[in-house]
Design a protein around this ligand. Structure first.
Ligand SMILES: [Zn+2]
Length: 159
């Protein structure tokens, strides 16, 4: 993965604010760009491992929060894991991508991907809290048309 990651650093993604009233752009940098390209190009979720303590972070970041060492060891985490925590949102708030209220109910989840030590926040396609349990196995559902953002994952679904 190291060589692939080095090649990926040649491409830095740029994200726009989408349909919000004031469109603006920002660069994703050397760690989030490969993460988004993994979603876009391979339908896989990339993490990064600290070579000092072994902790695997997703989303990837430059510096280990425990050791303060710069990390370079990319890890392909696939697309499956388990629910670490969840909440069913019933009060709509403004979606920063559209400027419109989100559709509720919507279930926000923390997913602990297999092989990761941290959690990724996303959504679950189930909003009946009686059908959701902490520890349940889940898999990422990828969109057909992907453009290199966190929204390339449509949601997670229980398996
Ligand atoms: Zn570390």
């Amino acid at each position: 993965m190291k060589d692939q990651a080095a090649n990926r650093q040649d491409e830095l993604l740029e994200i726009s604010s989408g349909k919000a009233e004031h469109v603006y752009y920002w660069h994703c940098g050397h760690y989030i760009s490969p993460f988004f390209m993994g979603l876009r190009d391979k339908k896989t979720i990339l993490g990064i491992r600290c070579s000092h303590c072994g902790r695997v972070y997703v989303p990837p970041r430059e510096v280990c929060g425990r050791c303060f060492k710069t990390m370079h060891d990319w890890v392909d985490l696939g697309s499956e894991g388990s629910i670490y925590a969840f909440t069913v949102v019933k009060l709509p708030y403004i979606d920063p991508n559209t400027g419109k209220p989100i559709k509720v109910p919507r279930t926000d989840i923390y997913v602990k991907l297999d092989g990761a030590d941290t959690c990724l926040m996303h959504w679950l396609d189930e909003s009946d809290e009686t059908k959701i349990t902490v520890g349940a196995r889940v898999r990422a559902v990828f969109k057909e048309q992907r453009r290199g953002t966190i929204h390339d994952i449509e949601c997670f679904t229980q398996i």
